[in-house]
Design a protein around this ligand. Structure first.
Ligand code: AMP
Length: 173
């Protein structure tokens, strides 16, 4: 079964001109959910990952499943104001303006081998900021994985020093 057939395109969400890649149609399919998890796991299984960091909020879903399979810990990287304890933040550019993400200072210990995961790679700004957070805390970014990659937005360019994996690619909108 083609996993790509389980992704739903929603035009003009959350705003006009964006084609939103909706993964809920894959998540609800038992074969799709386990097949996607297995493919992501296979990319990382030999990498001695100690922590998986998932980016809010859709990155938490496969991020947690991967952490469980890899027998690693899970770290949430969250939108501003959500994490309760001591944290650091990193800003990144959006089409208009900036946004930021945060991580708990004690989430990573020096030398942690980290897999970062998000549902989708678009321009790469979010993941670039997430990698900086992990590295500032002394973690080593071993791999970055995505369920979906929008190739035409060239997000890989920002992340080229890393091992980047994705299981569903789109060459155009
Ligand atoms: P970027 O920083 O441009 O790589 O954007 C990646 C983040 O925005 C991810 O957390 C995605 O969930 C979300 N995102 C960007 N574009 C889309 C899209 N077309 N469909 C669904 N999510 C998207």
């Amino acid at each position: 079964m083609e996993l790509q057939n389980l992704i739903r395109d929603v035009p003009n969400f959350p705003k006009k001109g964006i084609v939103f890649k909706d993964i809920t149609t894959l998540l609800k399919d038992p074969v799709g959910l386990s097949g996607a998890t297995e493919e992501l796991y296979n990319f990382a299984k030999e990498k001695k990952i100690t922590k998986v960091a998932g980016i809010e909020s859709r990155g938490f879903i496969f991020g947690s499943l991967l952490a469980h399979q890899l027998k690693a810990g899970f770290i949430p990287i969250r939108k501003p104001g959500k994490l309760p304890a001591d944290k650091i933040s990193e800003s990144y550019s959006l089409e208009y303006g900036t946004d930021s993400i945060e991580i708990h200072k004690d989430a990573i210990v020096e030398g942690d081998r980290v897999l970062l995961h998000d549902d989708l790679l678009a321009t790469g700004g979010t993941m670039e900021a997430a990698c900086k957070l992990v590295e500032k805390l002394g973690g080593k970014v071993i791999q970055i994985s995505f369920l979906i990659e929008l190739i035409f937005l060239n997000g890989r360019e920002k992340l080229k020093q890393y091992d980047i994996r994705s299981i569903i690619q789109y060459n155009s909108e």
